[in-house]
Ligand binder design. Structure first.
Ligand SMILES: Cc1cc2nc3c(=O)[nH]c(=O)nc-3n(C[C@H](O)[C@H](O)[C@H](O)COP(=O)(O)O)c2cc1C
Length: 329
């Protein structure tokens, strides 16, 4: 039987299927189900910079002006569902999840600017997280902001967080950086041990009748695998980090492709939200069967086997492939 174990961020994991940040970590019961189903680690849903800042602003107003103002301010806060809970509640929940499951738990912070809120990285470590994932979700909408400034801002957050914690740090980022390999390299130099590719951007729709902007959270399908697959294949071996592929992993075949590109783990959310945690043992069984049938001894053996590590100029390679694919139609 092929060995499914892998290493991610220095954590020894029993297999490469990790539960991605999602509402499944919000309830103890579903976190336990993920554990029992066989995921090798659980990434918690995110604690947002805005939640932390709002919380400290509330406390400040309360101290300054009396608790009635606090109550008023609270009433004005928009309701972000689970993302409107205070940071202390998040930490308590993380502590309980950690006590309830047998696999490593990765905390998740979501923020983009350096500042006092990054202290929560240390608090997440103190609450028992085995590693931390920093989600850099930042849409550059300011016409004055250059790509260099945006990247510098993100690097500064990573440096600040790295200084505050001793546990491993992964950065989850979007595909929309102009020169991704250079930025990835600088993230690693700033202290990231791993890179989780990619964040999905929320893309709201227009309702033509009501003329409203409507939230539109569509779960992924396997087609979305190709973007992170290509980038991990390009980065693997060039930027020395552990890679997690997130976006579009639904089957054992998707997982195998991710490993061949160079991922140490895949992070899965949509498939489990849509079809339940029962998909975990099915995907792992399919993975085991495929590896055994193809006479692989371990997942480690195939890691990066389809990466572009041996390609001298990936840019030229990509252009050549682009021309090839257009003429194949
Ligand atoms: C309902 C929902 C909530 C999510 N919440 C978070 C979150 O709190 N933090 C985060 O980094 N990613 C979050 N994600 C993104 C997932 O972790 C994952 O990266 C993304 O859905 C792509 O993986 P998939 O194709 O397996 O769904 C969320 C996704 C969904 C569908």
């Amino acid at each position: 039987m092929a060995d499914l174990s892998t290493t991610y961020l220095g954590l020894k994991l029993k297999n490469p299927l990790v539960a991605s940040a999602s509402p499944l970590s919000k309830q103890l019961e579903t976190a336990r189900q993920l554990d029992q189903a066989g995921v090798s680690a659980i990434v918690m849903y995110s604690l947002f910079e805005e939640q932390i800042i709002q919380d400290s602003l509330k406390l400040h107003r309360d101290l300054e002006r009396g608790s009635y103002v606090y109550a008023e301010a609270l009433g004005q806060l928009p309701d972000y569902g689970m993302y409107s809970i205070g940071p202390e509640t998040y930490l308590d929940h993380l502590r309980r999840v950690k006590q309830s499951v047998s696999v490593p738990v990765i905390g998740s912070l979501n923020g983009v600017s350096a500042g006092g809120w990054v202290e929560y990285a240390r608090k997440i470590e103190d609450a028992g997280a085995d590693a931390l994932e920093l989600n850099l979700y930042d849409l550059a909408t300011d016409v004055e902001l250059t790509s260099t400034e945006l990247e510098e801002r993100h690097i500064e957050v990573v440096e600040q967080i790295r200084k505050g914690i001793t546990i491993p740090l992964a950065v989850k980022l979007s595909p929309f950086y102009t020169a991704l390999p250079n930025f990835a390299r600088r993230l690693v130099e700033a202290g990231a041990d791993g890179l989780a590719l990619f964040n999905r951007f929320y893309q709201p729709d227009f309702d033509l009748e009501t003329l409203e902007v409507v939230p539109n959270l569509v779960l992924t399908n396997s087609d979305e695998l190709r973007l992170p697959l290509r980038w991990i294949a390009i980065l693997y071996g060039r930027v020395k980090a552990d890679y997690a592929l997130t976006s579009g992993v639904h089957t054992a075949e998707d997982l195998l492709k991710a490993l061949m590109a160079g991922a140490s783990v895949t992070m899965v959310a949509s498939e489990l939200l849509k079809n339940g945690t029962g998909r975990v043992p099915q995907i792992l069984a399919d993975l085991q069967t495929w590896l055994d049938e193809h006479e692989y001894e371990s997942v480690r053996q195939m890691k990066g086997s389809m990466s572009q590590q041996a390609v001298a100029d990936p840019g030229m390679f990509e252009r050549a492939n682009y021309m090839k694919v257009l003429s194949s139609y």
